[in-house]
Design a protein around this ligand. Structure first.
Ligand SMILES: *Cc1c(COP(=O)(O)O)cnc(C)c1O
Length: 391
């Protein structure tokens, strides 16, 4: 994913990029202000302003800005007490940034497959695994980490019910789902990332809002928030000397990056609207083809951060052939993630299910959906996909 925003991501003349950051005048203004203020590092007015506005936006009590989304998850797991040897449930179908922090702590991931309805962690599989372990007297995972992939909220109620039944805290990896909400049921009106004990976001260059690199931890718990702030600033105790009362991390966001983030946050509504518009147009234009469109589930309001379809394998033609076809037309489409159970560092992890994640990987193709994608470029993508199925 990260190449999607590398310099030159616009590619050779005429290519339609998969996704590029939308950086405008406001971003330039705030970044320049940060540079000129002399507050370039992790102390500065933009950091606290960005945190306050972010917390307000998603509706959480606290927000703690971090250097990356991966760092946010790392700290989030520590806050929830994960230690070496513990097990942590994680979605099998996700970007590797979700799971690496589990390994940093010497903990062990238990990978749970997705449901076809949302492409996210399957609540039935989770409940079945937790209930089975409890009945058999086996150890339970320390934390359940649920990922809202591609801007699609997970079906949260049954996930929360299963975790509460066994007293296991939930960490939401909302790295890809800033702007996504639930609109019915118990969590109606809530943003992804605000239901679990801890929510983590990313502002990497390929996400819907970017700070170049950055992340955020959100929580309603005062003590967890204070500890998050402490751990992300080298566990420094206010003191005339350099007193650090535990092993900490240099994980704070810089003031320059926060300036960028503040500008992006002010424009987030436009970005989400653009993603919705692009998704609606693709749905309409591709609905008659033999592809599976992204999930549309009542009450789970996705952003369609990365609009992705599933391509059937027929007559020896499938995902790879479509990617080649689009590539030859100068269209920056891309495959979805190889499931974690198929990644070498996690190949030995226990897997619950797995076939859905495999299918998403084998058939998934993300289509260009930069917020600045023009109508004519989108029509080019649509024509490109259609010509694959008529050739
Ligand atoms: C991007 C991403 C991360 C990691 O965020 P970084 O800011 O790149 O460290 C974690 N989880 C998911 C699902 C992501 O998409």
């Amino acid at each position: 994913m990260t190449e999607a925003h590398a310099p030159g991501a616009r590619g050779p003349q005429g290519t339609v990029p998969l996704a590029v950051p939308n950086i405008g005048e406001l971003e330039r203004r705030y970044v320049l202000e940060a540079v000129e203020s002399g507050f370039v590092s992790s102390v500065g007015p933009f950091v606290s302003e960005f945190e306050r506005r972010f917390a307000d936006h998603v509706g959480s009590k606290h927000a703690i800005a971090c250097s990356t989304g991966t760092a946010a998850i790392h700290i989030g797991l520590i806050l929830l007490g994960v230690q070496a040897g513990d097990e942590v449930v994680c979605s099998d179908f996700t970007f590797v940034g979700s799971v690496n922090p589990i390994a940093y702590l010497g903990a062990r991931p238990v990978l749970v497959d997705s449901e076809t309805r949302t492409w996210n962690l399957d609540p039935d599989l989770l409940a079945g695994e937790l209930d089975r372990r409890a009945a058999a007297g086996e150890p339970l995972p320390k934390v359940v980490e649920v990922v809202h992939v591609l801007g699609q909220p997970a079906d949260m109620e049954p996930l929360v019910d299963a975790c509460e039944r066994h007293g296991i805290p939930l960490l939401e990896d909302a790295a890809e789902s800033l702007g996504a909400t639930w609109s019915s049921g118990r969590y109606a009106g809530r943003h992804t990332g605000t239901v679990g004990a801890i929510g983590c976001f990313s502002f990497n260059g390929n996400k819907i809002a970017t700070t170049g690199g950055g992340g955020m931890i959100v929580t309603d718990d005062d003590a967890l928030a204070a500890r998050a702030r402490h751990l992300t600033t080298q566990a420094k105790v206010p003191d005339v000397g350099y007193l650090h009362d535990e092993v900490g991390y240099n994980y704070r966001l810089t003031n320059i990056a926060a300036g960028l983030g503040l500008a992006q946050l002010e424009r987030l509504g436009d970005f989400v609207a653009a993603k919705h518009r692009i998704a609606a147009r693709y749905d309409e234009a591709l609905g008659d083809l033999p592809v599976v469109l992204p999930p549309r589930v009542d009450g789970l309001d996705a952003t369609y951060w990365l609009y992705s379809v599933l391509v059937p394998e027929a007559d020896g033609r499938g995902r790879d052939e479509l990617l080649d076809h689009l590539g030859a037309l100068g269209i920056g489409a891309r495959a979805l993630w190889r499931p974690l159970h198929a990644q070498p560092p996690f190949a030995a992890a226990p897997v619950v299910g797995g076939a859905v994640a495999d299918g998403l990987f084998e058939r998934g193709v993300s289509l260009p959906c930069a917020t600045e994608l023009t109508e004519s470029d989108q029509e080019r993508v649509i024509a490109g996909v259609r010509s694959f199925f008529s050739s």
